[in-house]
Design a binder for this molecule. Structure first.
Ligand SMILES: C[S@@+](CC[C@H](N)C(=O)[O-])C[C@H]1O[C@@H](n2cnc3c(N)ncnc32)[C@H](O)[C@@H]1O
Length: 372
């Protein structure tokens, strides 16, 4: 979509993207504010405030904050302070944004909005410098139209700050279409593919494989444990949102958001109400099958605790309930045994505590000589 038409009409792809953003911050901010009483939210490509009739990311954020701050537990918390940095290089967008913000009624003593009209490339180093030693929890939303603005180096710098998460938008299909093409060295598509994929220039077979190669590269380069991509499939165009976080709870939340909006947790069908797939059925179920195989390989290696298995599941983009189901199946197939820490066998699966909150330690052992 051309930039000028973006703010007049909101496409299905954009509304799927804003839905993920909205659902994520709705889950993320209350917990953060209850724990820290403060946070910084940085929307570096914030746009004009509105996309046609629909709210853009700055207005969504302020709207969600209004309802979050009205939560009983937060009402009881004193001195809450939320800093929001909104930036866009386009002057008209910023003027429009200011007009939209003036219409809103929010507590300016609690929510401090800092509006910037800079190029992202200039503002980012300033922000990094200001927050190098800050203990504020920080959330960066990087929602650029193109894939060439945000560099791996920028992400490394942002993620080197303490208590930081990034939600990165990538119009993934633009580069995927040419992923096996030998461009000149200086071509921006080639630069992106080489910088952002683990496997580089090659034929990926499908866009999901390509996206998972981007994920692998982010995990390796930034040395993160948790990177959660969600593919937004608009048929001819496909975009991706990718959460980068150092925190299991952040990744778990994005896994939940993805599974609440999609059938299989990997692909959101942007223009279909009923989530009927544009992928072939086998493409879609590969995501779940892949998890089953990964889990079996993981278990066969060594004895694992329930805590380790739940963390592994979350890292692989799934939920504790998926892991519980797989473990039960393996148990029924007599592939594994489950013990408490005193080595007493536990056959009742309700006592395994494979869940979000682990309250007791359980050991899961692959039976010797059992094949996959
Ligand atoms: C996809 S739009 C953002 C949409 C917004 N998040 C929303 O929900 O309405 C991308 C924005 O990035 C801005 N932009 C593009 N390149 C930029 C740069 N280098 N620095 C700052 N802003 C930039 C554009 O003006 C545009 O408003």
């Amino acid at each position: 979509m051309k930039e000028n038409s973006f703010f007049q009409n909101q496409s299905d792809l954009t509304s799927a993207k804003t839905k993920i953003y909205k659902n994520y911050i709705e889950g993320y901010l209350p917990k953060l504010l209850l724990t820290f009483g403060t946070c910084l939210i940085v929307d570096l490509f914030c746009g004009a405030g509105k996309n046609g009739e629909e709210d853009g990311s700055p207005l969504i954020l302020l709207d969600r904050l209004k309802s979050i701050l009205s939560l009983q537990q937060l009402q009881e918390k004193k001195n809450i302070k939320i800093h929001i940095v909104l930036n866009d290089q386009d002057k008209e967008n910023i003027e429009n944004l200011k007009r939209e913000l003036e219409k809103l009624n929010y507590d300016k003593a609690v929510i401090k909005v800092h509006i910037k009209n800079k190029k992202y490339e200039e503002l980012l180093p300033e922000l990094i410098k200001t927050h190098t030693n800050s203990n504020l929890p920080k959330f960066f939303f990087l929602d650029s139209f193109t894939y060439s603005n945000v560099k791996m180096e920028h992400l490394k710098e942002i993620m080197s700050l303490s208590l930081t998460e990034v939600l990165l938008f990538i119009p993934i299909f633009h580069s995927y279409r040419f992923a096996n093409k030998e461009f000149d060295e200086n071509h921006k598509t080639r630069i992106f593919i080489e910088e952002f994929t683990a496997s580089g220039i090659k034929d990926y077979g499908n866009v999901n494989n390509y996206l998972f190669s981007v994920r692998k590269k982010l995990l390796e380069e930034i040395k993160l444990k948790y990177v959660r991509p969600v593919l937004i499939d608009g048929g001819a165009t496909k975009n991706a949102l990718i959460l980068l976080t150092k925190h299991q709870k952040g990744m778990l939340l994005m896994n939940k958001v993805a599974f609440s909006l999609t059938k299989d947790g990997s692909v959101i069908k942007a223009n279909e109400q009923d989530q009927v797939s544009l992928f072939k059925a086998d493409e879609e179920s590969k995501f779940s099958l892949n998890f089953k195989e990964l889990l079996i390989d993981y278990l066969r290696n060594n004895t694992k605790t329930n805590k380790e298995i739940v963390d592994f599941t979350i890292q692989k983009c799934f939920l504790p309930k998926h892991c519980r189901k797989e473990i039960k199946e393996l148990f029924d197939l007599k592939k594994i045994n489950v013990f408490d820490i005193n080595n007493n066998e536990i056959t009742d699966s309700n006592k395994w505590n494979i869940a979000e909150n682990i309250t007791k330690n359980i050991l899961i052992k692959w039976k010797k000589n059992e094949k996959k």
